[in-house]
Design a protein around this ligand. Structure first.
Ligand code: PLP
Length: 441
C-alpha cells in the first residue's frame, strides 16, 4: 500500500489517523453462559467443596463435569480445576515434590509466574535462554543450565506455540527431571498431533479474562500421572486437613491452599470449552491473513510456526528488522500506534501492540534484590541451597535482543475482527514505512 506523502502526514506528527473507530472487543460470553450460570444460581449451591476427607472433597457437580469434559477434549487422564493458572502452577510444583535446595529451569520470557512458581516451595528458578525463531525455552540453553540440584523444567508454550517437546522431554528423561508445561496461552495448540498442555508430566491452562476462553478467573491442571493428580487435588483443597483421615503417608508439600473453582465458573468453563474450536478457527484465519500481508513488508518477519505444530496465537509475534528501516523498533511502533485505536472495553490499555513482550523476568526487582519471603533473602539465600545465583543483565542474550530490539507482539486479530479491521493494522505499518523519512528527521 502506498500513501501520498503530502496528503498523509503521520498521525504522530498531527496527520490524520488510519483508524478512528475502536477495534472490536473479543467478547466470548453469551446467552449460553448466562443460562448455565442461572441454573447454578437457582440451586443456591455455588460451591460444594468440603476441606475434609469426605465425598465432597473433590467438589460439586459442575466442577466434576467440567473436569471430565476437559480431560476428554485434551485427551488426558486427569483434569483438575483450580481458581487460576497461577494456583495451578503452585499445585504442579508442589505435587512434583520440589523444595529447598532444588533448582527449576525456567524461561525468562513469559508471564512472571511461569518463573516464580518454584519460589513458593523454596526452590530456585534458573533461567535458560529462548529460541530466536519460536521464543520458547531453548533446549541447548536448558541443557547447559543443568546441575545436580536441577529437579524440573517449566516449559512455556509462549504466545500459543508448543515448546520443543521432543528435545526438552528427552533432556528431562536423561537427567530425571519433571517437565511442567505452562500452556496458559496455548489451549488447542498441538505438537505432532498431541495437545499442548499434555506434552510434559503435568500441564496448566489459564481461564483468566485475557485468555482464548475464560471464566473471569480460573485454571486447569492436567496429567496422566495418578499420583501427581492426587497431590494436586490435595494441595488445591487444604491438604494438611485431609491427609490424616485419608491415610496419606507422604507429607511432602502437603501444606494445602484453597485453590477451588466455584460451581459458577465451572459452569461457564463447560460452555466456553465448547466454543474453543470455533474461536480458534476465526483467530487463526485472521492471523493467516495478517502474516501473508506482513510478510510482504521487507522489514517484518511474521512468527514462524514450529514444524508439525499448531500455533494458537494468544499473541501474534512479528520480528522487526531495524537495518532495513533505519529507525528503531520502538520509534516505529510508536508511530504505528498513533495511527490506530484501542479495543472496545480495553480502551485504557491503549493500542494493543507491544514492543517485545515482558521485561526479561530475571531483571524484575524480585531477582535483582533477592527479597522473597520476609526480608532476609528467603528463599534465595536459604542454607539448603548450594548453587550460585545468576540474575545479571546479559544472562539470556537472545531474550534481551528480542525484547529490546526485534520482537513486536499484538492482539489485533481476535474474533470478531473483519478484513477491514485487519487492513487498518496493515495500512498503519505501511503508512509509517512509506513516510519513514518523517521519522528520521
Ligand atoms: C496468563 C498466564 C498465566 C497466569 O494465569 P492466571 O490464570 O492469570 O493465573 C501463567 N502463565 C502464562 C504463560 C500466562 O500467559
Amino acid at each position: 500500500m502506498k500513501f501520498e506523502k503530502n496528503n498523509h502526514k503521520l498521525a504522530i506528527h498531527g496527520g490524520p489517523k488510519i483508524r478512528t473507530k475502536l477495534f472490536p472487543f473479543y467478547q466470548t460470553i453469551g446467552q449460553e453462559e448466562i443460562k448455565a450460570v442461572s441454573s447454578v444460581l437457582k440451586t443456591g449451591v455455588l460451591s460444594k467443596y468440603l476441606g475434609a476427607w469426605h465425598e465432597d472433597f473433590y467438589g460439586g457437580p459442575e466442577v466434576r463435569r467440567l473436569e471430565k469434559e476437559w480431560a476428554k477434549y485434551f485427551g488426558v487422564k486427569h483434569a483438575i480445576s483450580v481458581n487460576s493458572a497461577t494456583s495451578g502452577l503452585y499445585c504442579a510444583v508442589g505435587a512434583c515434590g520440589l523444595g529447598p535446595g532444588d533448582e527449576v529451569i525456567v524461561s525468562p520470557y513469559s508471564m512472571c509466574i511461569s518463573a516464580s512458581a518454584p519460589l513458593v516451595y523454596n526452590a530456585i528458578p534458573v533461567f535458560a535462554d529462548i529460541e530466536k525463531d519460536f521464543f520458547c525455552i531453548d533446549p541447548e540453553s536448558v541443557e547447559s543450565k543443568i546441575t545436580e540440584r536441577t529437579k524440573a523444567i517449566i516449559a512455556v508454550d509462549i504466545f500459543g506455540q508448543p515448546y520443543d517437546a521432543d528435545k526438552i522431554n528427552a533432556i528431562a528423561k536423561k537427567h530425571n527431571l519433571y517437565v511442567i508445561e505452562d500452556a496458559a496461552q496455548a489451549p488447542g495448540a498441538e505438537y505432532k498431533g498431541r495437545m499442548a498442555g499434555t506434552l510434559g508430566d503435568i500441564g496448566v491452562y489459564s481461564l483468566n479474562y485475557h485468555k482464548h476462553i475464560h471464566t473471569g478467573e480460573g485454571g486447569m491442571v492436567v496429567t496422566d500421572n495418578d499420583e501427581l493428580a492426587e497431590k494436586v487435588r490435595l494441595i488445591r483443597n487444604h491438604a494438611e486437613a485431609v491427609v490424616g483421615d485419608k491415610g496419606y503417608s507422604s507429607l511432602v508439600n502437603m501444606i494445602g491452599f484453597n485453590f477451588r473453582m466455584t460451581e459458577v465458573e465451572a459452569a461457564i468453563a463447560r460452555v466456553q470449552l465448547k466454543k474453543l474450536d470455533k474461536l480458534l478457527e476465526a483467530r487463526l484465519k485472521n492471523v493467516e491473513y495478517l502474516s501473508e500481508k506482513f510478510s510482504k513488508f521487507p522489514f517484518l518477519e511474521p512468527a514462524k510456526v514450529r514444524p508439525q505444530c499448531k500455533h494458537v496465537f494468544y499473541k501474534h509475534p512479528l520480528k522487526y528488522k531495524e537495518e532495513v528501516v533505519g529507525v528503531s523498533r520502538n520509534k516505529f511502533i510508536e508511530a504505528v500506534k498513533a495511527e490506530l485505536m484501542p479495543m472496545e472495553s480495553r480502551e485504557n490499555q491503549g493500542v494493543l501492540i507491544g514492543c517485545g513482550y515482558v521485561k526479561p523476568l530475571y531483571l524484575l526487582p524480585l531477582y535483582q534484590k533477592l527479597i522473597g519471603f520476609g526480608d532476609k533473602g528467603c528463599p534465595f539465600k536459604c542454607s539448603f541451597y548450594k548453587g550460585k545465583l545468576d540474575y545479571s543483565e546479559g544472562l539470556c542474550p537472545v531474550t534481551e535482543k528480542m525484547h529490546n530490539k526485534e520482537l513486536i507482539t499484538h492482539d489485533l486479530m481476535t474474533p470478531p475482527f473483519k478484513k477491514k479491521d485487519l487492513d487498518d493494522l496493515i495500512s498503519a505499518f505501511g503508512k509509517v514505512y512509506d513516510n519513514i523519512s518523517e521519522l528520521k528527521k
